[in-house]
Structures are given as structure tokens and as C-alpha cells.
Design a protein around this ligand. Sequence first.
Ligand code: GLU
Length: 418
Amino acid sequence: MSEQANPFESLQEQIDDAAAYVDVSEGVLERLKHPERVLETNLSVEMDDGSVEVFRAFRSQFNGDRGPYKGGIRYHPGVNRDEVKALSGWMVYKCAVVDIPYGGGKGGIVIDPDEYSEGELERVTRSFAKELRPLIGVNRDVPAPDVNTGQREMNWIKDTYETLENTTAPGVITGKAIDSGGSAGRVEATGRSVMLTAREAFDYLDKEMEGASVAVQGYGNAGWIAAKLIDELGADIVAVSDSSGAIYREEGFDPRDVKDHKNETGSVADYPGAADEFSNEDLLTLDVDLLVPAALENAIDSDLARDVDADVVVEAANGPLTPGADDVLAETDTYVFPDILANAGGVTVSYFEWVQNRQRFYWSEQRVNDELETIITKAFDDLTDAYEQHDLANFRTAAYVVAIQRVLDAYEESGNWP
Ligand code: GLU
């Protein structure tokens, strides 16, 4: 792979590409491309052996014009300031494209969670929650899960916040376990919106989902649920991968069995009956009807994009294609449906969780799934309308045109406040 793109520069390029189709002044455009503020903190945490270790952590609050900052917290050794800034910006435009009343934020801790005990992770998490306390709040900034975080971490953050504030405030964070104020359907929500986007995309492009071949890169919460739900539409999941390996079988896998294998062995690799010698790169360049990158940013750069052979790409991860890859694919007959629509199910059901927390009234899973479907299909239609109206190069630019206009409207209606 060629030189790694800086995700913050990628975000800015994506905004510039769309800004050409929106009436925006240079100064305001600059505002749309930079976070309002970034917290950088160093957490000193006691380890099980009594030693102290320091963990660098960030929270970027990118834009609050449409509502509280919203976005997850990831635990990964590759977390850095520019990555968190980019991810927080993508949240702004994601929330705008699905038209939910939030701005965007993101946080991260530089840590490989596999290296630490549960007790150590709890202390790291509570230490970060203590640092975040003055910045977050039900009406201010509402974190959520992201890469390598889930219900457990969200429950700890909620408990730390509520204890320090001496109150109950479940809506300070989303992605909680149901008994801690979580929503039905939240765990599956990201994969569900990936499936809905793929379904709508196939319909829009007049392609059959029944019997379509599908490759999924990444088998975490987003990738595996997307694989399961797309399989339920009648497609064949012919290839999947995770950070330890990739597997392929022409006639397809049962995604639930692959998940069981991963639960037992820690990886999808060595799944019985899969072809030998199949790599992550083989997966990304496979001749399939649908490719779902569901791992990390920069999975496909301009070099690799030249070999991508899928008809449709639906992005489950945040930022898996670099702007260079977009430029290459815009010249081919591969259609890319962007992350800020396709994976927006997570934050959309986070919004439902937050609404339920505010009302202290909880919905059925059916209601959650129905309301999510309404939001994603409407956003899909808004995006394809913009694509056709402006005759755009790709659907990503269409999504940003829709989203930037909404953020601008909110900003301009409020007026500037120095
Ligand atoms: N981390 C998820 C995302 O990137 C969910 C964010 C949220 O629910 O606030 O969209």
C-alpha cells in the first residue's frame, strides 16, 4: 500500500469537493473544516501490579450548530489527534445527512485493550470519564461506542458521570446495556443501516440482491451484523476477513457459523472449508457484486482502488476509502455508497436511545427498526436526488452537499456569536 492518507486531510478534501456545489463563503467554509475544540489529556492509571501507566486520550468537538456534539470513543493503539479530528468531522456530516439533531464529536484513547485486564480497562475508562465530565452532558456532548468499545465501557462512563454529578443522567452517553438505559436494536443498528443502504443501492441501480456475491472486510460488530442481515436478503457472503486473516468460498458462508468460529478461536481465519492462501487484499479486489469495508480508515487507497472489481461498495467503516481511491473509482463502473449514510444506523439508534432516556419511556425493537428504516431510506433518497440534480461524480459528494447545506442553514439561522 502507498503512503497512508491523513484522515483529517481526507475529510477536508471531501468537504471542499462538495462545497463547490453549495453557496458558502470562504470564511464559513473554513469553519466547516475545523473542530471547534479538541481536548488532549494524559490519563495516569494504576495497573494491577501497582505501577502507573500514562495513556494519551482525546475528545474533539467539531461542530455544534445542529445540536449536542455526538460520536463515539475508540480504544486503539493507532488513535491520534488528526484521526480523532477527522472522525469527529465525519460525525457532523453523518448526523446531518440522516437529519438527526446533533453536531459531531469523537474521542479516543491510545491503547490496545487486549493487553490489559478488565480492572485496568475500567480504571482507564473511569479516568477518561472524569476528564470528560466538564465537557459532556445530555444537552452538550453525548459519547457512544466505537472501535473496541461497547456497552461495558458506556456503562462505566455513565456511572462515573452520574456519581460525580450526583444525579441520574442516562442520556449522557448512548450504546449502554439495556438494563443501564440502552435501547433495543442499538447493537445491530450499524450493520442494519449497511444492509438497508445496500438494499436501496441495488434497487436504485436495478441490481438483484438475491444470489448477489458479497465480500465483507472486518468482522466486528458492524461487519458481522451487516453480513448476517445481507445474507437474510438472499445474497451469498463469499468472503470475510478480520485483523488475523481472510477466508473465501465461492458458494458462500453461513455468516452465523463464521461468527461462532470467531467467538471460539478469536478469528475468522482457518474456518473449515475455506480456500487456502486468501488475503485481505484478495478480498478487497475480488470480483463481487457488493464489497463492504467494515474495518478501519484507509483500507483502500488509490493504488488498490485500481484493482477493485466490485460493482457496488457500501462503507460500513468510517473513512475506508481515501479521496484518491474515490477519484479512481469515479472513473470506473464501481458505485460507492459512503460511510456517512451507510453506517449512520449506529448514531441514529443512539439518537433513539437518547430520546427514550429523556422521556424515560422505552420502545420495542420493532419500533426502533421501523423508525431506523424510515430515516435511512429518506436519507438515501435525499442523496440520490442531490446526485442527479448536480450531476455529481460520486455519491459521497452528494451526501456532503446535502449535509453541508443542513449545517450551513443551522449556522446561518442562528447568526454568529463571537
Ligand atoms: N461510533 C459510531 C459512529 O461512528 C456511533 C456514534 C454514536 O452512536 O454516537 O457512527
